[in-house]
Design a protein around this ligand. Structure first.
Ligand SMILES: Nc1nc2c(ncn2[C@@H]2O[C@H](COP(=O)(O)OP(=O)(O)OP(=O)(O)O)[C@@H](O)[C@H]2O)c(=O)[nH]1
Ligand SMILES: [Mg+2]
Length: 289
């Protein structure tokens, strides 16, 4: 049997988390059309009769970091890069121009002394393509795959190649199953992530970046009903108002959408008690998580 760790790296929004979710066949990492959706590395296991692959999905590396949160997010990825892995997947999005941000990510990838695979994502996208700008990379990477993470195109071929690179392991050397298939997050964090995703999907431009979600309680009221208490924190009062919305409509909408997904993921009926608070200091506290 084979087993090993694969680091997934790329700029924000290229589709890293979509790739991991669709490969594993269930949502382990939240996704959205906004950059820097992922805020900390998520380790998730893919398994078939050949063995186990631990994917490390990382937050997209930003070219410039202008605030505390972005800086912290980049730091998380730089730490993940230093972990021992067996293989690196460098993911690019051909629908976006190559720029200094991409150059920064490539610079980091070049420093990792491990086998590497270049993955060009979003090939289903028929809009403008900047693929010629990325052509030069094909000389640098022995293995190049064009995929659609969203539509699950060519994922099987890529998995075959990943297994080729991974070492043989005896089954007692396999990593332990913790909260399989996600190894490093507990249910409170997982639920807070699902709520945070709805904030990313339902709120305009900068608001998601001023927010975090804290789950305080998960209480099984009875066999069928689970009570969850959670808070959305935002750094500004004016955003608190927008998150609540006129007559509390927005927060109700976010809560309803999140509740549906939590119920689906847990197979239980969920009562979600969701509130909004202003907390200008959450980004600093978040640092120490
Ligand atoms: N058309 C198309 N869109 C995709 C594909 N893969 C991902 N996307 C979209 O790209 C956006 C970003 O996807 P994510 O998976 O959140 O990207 P990410 O690289 O994890 O982003 P960060 O966590 O911010 O670094 C979402 O709107 C996805 O639906 C793809 O293969 N084709
Ligand atoms: Mg992500």
């Amino acid at each position: 049997m084979k087993a090993g760790k694969v680091l997934l790296i790329g700029r924000p929004n290229v589709g890293k988390s979509t790739f991991v979710n669709n490969l594993i066949g269930q949502k382990v990492a939240i996704t959205s059309p906004k950059p820097q959706t992922t805020r900390f590395p998520i380790k998730a296991v893919f398994e078939d009769n050949r063995g186990k692959i631990i994917f490390v999905d990382t937050p997209g590396i930003m070219g410039k970091t202008e605030d505390h949160l972005s800086e912290n997010i980049n730091k998380q990825t730089l730490q993940a890069i230093r972990e021992t892995v067996d293989l690196v997947i460098y993911m690019i999005d051909h629908t976006r121009k190559r720029d200094f941000e991409e150059a920064r990510v490539l610079g980091l990838v070049r420093q990792i002394n491990k086998p590497k695979i270049l993955v060009i994502n979003k090939i289903d996208d028929q809009g403008k393509s900047y693929l010629p700008q990325y052509k030069f990379l094909e000389d640098e990477f022995r293995d190049v795959f064009q995929i659609s993470a969203l539509h699950k195109l060519h994922l099987k071929l890529l998995i075959d190649k990943i297994f080729e690179y991974l070492p043989e392991k005896k089954s007692d050397e396999f990593p332990p199953d913790l909260t399989y298939p996600v190894l490093n997050i507990d249910s409170k964090i997982f639920i807070s992530e699902l709520i945070r995703e709805k904030v990313f999907l339902m709120m305009g431009e900068e608001i998601p970046y001023t927010t975090t979600v804290i789950v305080d309680d998960i209480i099984e009221r009875n066999k069928n009903l689970t009570y969850i208490k959670a808070r959305i924190l935002t750094t500004y009062d004016r955003y608190k108002k927008m998150l609540i919305g006129a007559g509390g409509r927005k927060i109700k909408e976010i809560g309803a959408y999140a509740r549906k997904e939590i119920a689906l993921a847990t197979g239980k009926k969920i009562y979600l008690d969701l509130t909004v608070e202003t907390d200008p200091h959450w980004p600093e506290v978040y640092d120490n998580r």
